[in-house]
Design a protein around this ligand. Structure first.
Ligand code: BES
Ligand code: MN
Ligand code: ZN
Length: 513
């Protein structure tokens, strides 16, 4: 794990493998961003010219590696693009800092220590740089670098490069309370996001409901979160027909995990519900090849909820946060639920399963009903729920639906505040009739058009009367298949954790309803 320090050394005297500086797009070519004055001085004030000669312009995502001139203790200078320079006296956007720090940290994998001399005008900026660097340094290497039994004797399998070991922030004030708090917050949030990423990236032969529940139990113990696990027997006894129906085709049975972080002075309780399909084959409505290679990511919602509850505990937020992980593996087999089967859900409602690949809403429905029983002030569910949402919003934006317009707006704004892309989506009542079933109270599928909204309307029916509820469909941003960018790696991203942590903080501050 990457360590974070607030350095008291100046950029010139810091002993490190590299110094990271910002370069922005100015009106007449690249400009060196504030924070890098000492580095620029070592270049005789010509760093911008040097960068321009090398073809750098300061665009977002641009990384330029330079040998350091004498006068600096570090051997390498890494200039990262910040995008357009702000207007005179304007501050750099926190998300631009986060991404630039992420690109730098990723480029420096394999190194021991780097000093980050990026523009830092406030504790918030320092937090963003720290967060970006710790997220960008992430690498999932658990399954690489194994023993090579056929390699010639003495030939070592060196394995993958290790993440940058230490991030030293140069612009932060180490003795200032606000800066220290921002750094501590960044460490807790980034480490929990990286924990979620690890869970998402873990192959489904190792991560299944039982093993996920065991990881949650262990982490809960470590971080003061109470964990209760309902195993298959308990689910049968409780009548959790949705979880059982989805999980019955797999040799790995389903679980419902309840996580509870409580604060003695909390005035509000936030309930979070996560879709935890550890592998989605589609079940009897089997997915075709080309649609199942990444379906280990179908527990990203549960991973985000888990990460958020632990982060809330580590930060000691003055709010109660309850997390519900709806865990099951969706597999076809002789025991699997068939299209045409009717499930009796935990709420008592019956559901005709027309498509076993619409399994997320079934496990979430039971968890939403169970969460509602405790009458929280609000419920937010997070799920890689529909391909339709990916078609609508693309790979980087999650959809937000709600039974309460003000709550939906506030979640969208919270996401924007922390640099996560989201968009409000409606729940049009006319789509409900498509789920009418001749046999049961509702079917698990409706009209194809607007499939993401149909799924949202289904979930809404399992939320307790009068409870503010929002649904985040993260099917697009949960798993990144393209080249890494900014602080976003290939694979699991930890999408929505920053939004949920901020939502918990806002709830603690009494900012919500
Ligand atoms: N897990 C999938 C949704 C998904 C798609 C997640 C792409 C991540 C990337 C979900 O369980 C699913 O299969 N949904 C179906 C629903 C349909 C059968 C009504 C879909 O979106 O096609
Ligand atoms: Mn599915
Ligand atoms: Zn699914």
């Amino acid at each position: 794990m990457t360590a974070l320090t607030l350095s008291t050394a100046g950029a010139a005297t810091l002993r490190a493998d590299a110094l990271v500086v910002g370069v922005a797009k100015g009106a007449k070519g690249p400009v060196v961003a504030p924070g890098a004055e000492a580095v620029d001085k070592a270049f005789d004030g010509k760093l911008a010219d040097v960068l321009e000669t090398l073809g750098a312009c300061g665009a977002e995502g641009e990384v330029t590696k330079l040998p350091a001139p004498s006068g600096l203790k570090a051997p390498v200078v890494l200039a990262v693009g910040l995008g357009r320079a702000p207007e005179r006296d304007g501050a750099y956007d926190a998300e631009a800092l986060r991404r630039a720090a992420g690109s730098a940290a990723r480029t420096l994998s394999g190194s021991k220590k780097a000093g980050f001399a990026l523009p830092t005008e406030s504790a918030e900026d320092a937090g963003a740089i720290a967060e970006g660097a710790l997220l960008g340094a992430y690498a999932f290497t658990a399954y690489q670098g194994g023993e090579d039994r056929i390699a010639p004797k003495g030939a070592k399998n060196k394995g993958p490069k290790q993440p940058l070991a230490e991030v030293a922030l140069l612009g932060a004030k180490p003795r200032d309370k606000a800066y220290k708090a921002a750094a501590e917050r960044a460490v807790a949030v980034a480490e929990e996001i990286n924990r979620a990423r690890d869970l998402i990236n873990t192959p489904p032969n190792d991560l299944y409901p039982e093993s996920f529940a065991a990881v949650a139990t262990a982490a809960g113990k470590e971080h003061g979160v109470k964990v209760q696990v309902l195993d298959e027997k308990a689910l049968v006894k409780g009548g959790f027909g949705g979880l059982l129906g989805v999980g019955q085709g797999s040799t790995h049975g389903p679980r419902l995990v309840r996580l509870a972080y409580t604060h003695p002075k909390a005035e509000k309780t936030l309930a979070l519900v996560g879709k935890g399909i550890t592998y989605d084959s589609g079940g009897i409505s089997l997915k075709p090849a080309g649609h199942n290679e990444t379906m280990k990511c179908d527990m990203s919602g549960a991973a985000a909820v888990f990460a958020t509850v632990v982060a809330a505990s580590r930060l000691g937020l003055r709010v109660n946060v309850t997390g519900w992980l709806a865990l099951a593996e969706n597999m076809p087999s002789g025991n699997a639920t068939r299209p045409g089967d009717v499930l009796r859900m935990y709420s008592g409602k019956t559901v005709e399963v027309l498509n076993t690949d619409a399994e997320g809403r079934l496990v979430l429905a039971d968890a939403l009903t169970r969460a509602s029983e405790e009458n929280p002030d609000a419920i937010v569910d997070v799920a890689t729920l529909t391909g339709a949402m990916v078609l609508a919003l693309g790979n980087r934006t999650f959809g937000v639906m709600s039974n309460d317009d003000a709550f939906r707006t506030s979640i969208h704004e919270t996401a924007e505040e922390v640099g996560e892309a989201s968009w409000p989506m409606p729940l049009p009542a006319d789509l409900r009739k498509g789920m009418d079933s001749p046999t049961a109270d509702i079917a698990n599928m409706g009209e194809r058009m607007g499939g993401g909204l149909v799924a949202g309307l289904f979930l809404k029916e399992f939320v307790g009367e009068g409870i503010a509820w929002a649904h985040l469909d993260i099917a697009g941003p949960a798993f990144h298949e393209g080249a890494p960018y900014g602080y976003t790696p290939k694979g699991g991203t930890g999408s929505s954790v920053r939004t949920l942590v901020r939502l918990a903080e806002r709830t603690a501050d009494g900012d919500l309803g």
